[in-house]
Design a protein around this ligand. Structure first.
Ligand code: SAH
Length: 359
């Protein structure tokens, strides 16, 4: 419990002596109990915020987005019948049972998988035997799990996959890409398991190239195309894959004179600390340069950044400068961010930036 210098109540929250974020505030301004009813109420409010998604064919989305849903240090993602809880602080462990039981009351589900942040895994002695990827409720996983995003079917591995298995935050941007794809040749750099590639293919792209350095990601993108082969536009699209470093592969494609009508570049975070901003901006600049070089005249480019310390303005300016230097100035169409299940309740939560442009 935090008091100010006049001994007035300020906040009550979770204390974590192992984390640089010592306290995660649960209630501010007015004191009140922290108990199962409190968590149940927070979870119920978070689920209500997501109800618009239930009208789409989407059963993979973020149910609880940490601080922005009043549950700092906890993320909960749903993949159809499987719920994945990812913890970023040990301080949640004493309350985990209350949270899971409240969640199951509100949203019956087949199983709950626990994922742990790097920080938690560094101190296994405080985990009470819990491990990353453990199924803490329900049935073991005996076959490949799948879920839907706007009617597209994806496989997911919530135990070993990146993040909790899928990049759910890009859902709306994938839907925008789908609308730009008809009759287009598309390059999807940093494609992971092909989220943007499938959206482009369903939108009528004639050819989609998925480029990623991870062989597992490329194989998964091929399986995801197969899973959606009943959709005529996806069956008709040619899916090509390149396994390799995106910087090198894009430079090589440019040397060969390859051209695309739509280029999507959604790399991993290049900066997690402020000191890494210059290096990150330089990498984004090189990617924008490569991207416009590969773009047929009048084509569309989609540039995304999930680097938290890089501001939207810095990102936009870097991209515009790099494209202009390549002789292909950007004409901005739209600047977008997170989907509605990743609410932004404070400035620091705004990590995803996405720029749609013509060049
Ligand atoms: N666009 C994806 C998410 C990208 S995550 C989506 O919509 O789901 C970042 C991806 O970049 C990962 O799959 C990772 O394997 C890949 N990656 C990281 N560094 C890379 C590099 N230098 N070249 C190519 N791929 C890279």
């Amino acid at each position: 419990v935090v008091f100010d210098s006049k001994r007035q109540f300020v906040a009550i929250g979770l204390y974590d002596p192992l984390s640089p974020i010592r306290m995660r505030a649960l209630r501010t301004g007015k004191p009140g109990p922290i108990d199962r009813a409190f968590f149940a109420d927070r979870i119920a409010q978070a689920l209500v915020r997501r109800t618009p998604l239930l009208k789409t064919r989407t059963d993979g989305y973020r149910m609880i987005h940490g601080e922005s849903d009043g549950m700092p240090g906890m993320v909960v993602d749903r993949y159809a019948e499987t719920v994945v809880i990812k913890l970023y602080t040990h301080a949640w462990l004493p309350h985990l049972r209350d949270c899971i039981e409240s969640l199951l009351d509100l949203h019956p589900t087949t199983r709950v998988v626990l994922r742990l942040s790097r920080g938690l895994k560094q101190h296994p002695e405080y985990l009470g035997g819990l491990t990353d990827g453990q199924i803490i409720y329900g049935k073991a996983i005996t076959q490949t799990l799948t879920f839907y995003e706007n009617g597209l079917k994806f496989e997911v591995d919530p135990v070993r996959g990146q993040k909790t298995g899928f990049f759910l935050d890009q859902r709306d941007n994938r839907a925008r890409v789908e609308l730009l794809s008809r009759g287009r040749r598309v390059l999807n750099a940093f494609s992971y398991n092909g989220g943007f590639s499938l959206a482009a293919a369903r939108g009528g792209a004639v050819e989609v190239t998925s480029l990623d350095q991870s062989g597992h990601a490329i194989e998964s993108s091929k399986r995801n195309f197969a899973l959606n082969a009943d959709i005529p536009t996806i069956a008709a699209a040619r899916h090509l894959t390149i396994e390799g470093d995106a910087f090198r592969a894009m430079a090589e494609l440019a040397k060969q004179g390859a051209q695309y009508d739509l280029v999507i570049i959604d790399p991993p975070a290049f900066a997690v600390r402020r000191s890494q901003i210059p290096e990150a901006l330089s990498a984004y600049g090189r990617l924008a340069h490569l991207g416009v070089t590969l773009l047929a005249p009048g084509g569309n480019i989609v540039l995304a950044s999930c680097s938290n310390p890089v501001s939207p303005e810095e990102f936009r300016q870097t991209m515009c400068d790099a494209a202009a230097r390549a002789g292909r100035p950007l004409r901005e169409i739209e600047k977008t961010g997170h989907a509605l299940d990743h609410p932004l309740d404070f400035a620091e939560s705004r990590y995803l930036k996405c720029l749609f442009a013509k060049a």
